[in-house]
Design a protein around this ligand. Sequence first.
Ligand code: PGA
Length: 265
Amino acid sequence: MSSHYVLPTKVPTIVFPGSGDAARHLALMIDSLIRQNSSAGRATVLGLPTGSTPVGLYRELIRLHREAGLDFSRVVTFNLDEYYPMRPDDPHSYRFWMQETFFNHINVPPRNTHVPDGTIRAEDAEEYCQGYEEKIGRAGGIDLQVLGIGRTGHIGFNEPGSARHSRTRLVTLDPVTRRDAAGSFFGEENVPHQALTMGVGTILEARKVVLLAFGEHKAPIVRRAIEGPIGDAVPASYLQQHPDATFLLDRAAATGRAGGVSPLI
Ligand code: PGA
């Protein structure tokens, strides 16, 4: 294991030299969770994110599947969010992205994977979202929720203003989030204005939460999330109230510059 250090912050935070080291650390945590549950005859329920941040994690889990026999046949997954409206076969959809980046390369049964459905009618959203929550409940709740963090402080698509007890719902995206997504949509005007997302309350019910953040552009919001006041201005700050949440950072996200002295210490 590469050298890493733990910060005395309000949320336990581990800083790794690089994002690959953090991804490997989390992949090994997930590996042992799945193996423990499987040998006890239990399923493992994972809450999963999309975005640039978790790509290395998925690559590492695929490697563990191929080279170390990590078996996903008893794994159940729930993705955090999906753009709305959005078809699952649209290359911009998170369903498409998950298939390409992860699901198609492991042996998770397709029926075990859940991504919010961006094709539902808006008037059915409330019922649909309640159904998504019920599916999580029937699966036994989320064992491990993996998160990224947006520059707005969002987790999932819970933008500033999202309440501590919010549930899965249809939301409006923050302009900063739409701007950050513009590159993958060939222009901000093509980015959907809405999304379906698990709520803050849904996320906080996961038994364990691990948030990944890499790069100096994430440093200011990471600092506010783990040391700032708890509240809806930075939805990730609610993780300070979770009994088992951990932030895994690369040095740049901890310091605001590669290799500098951490402003978090
Ligand atoms: P990113 O997005 O991984 O592409 O930076 C993170 C997020 O918005 O949650």
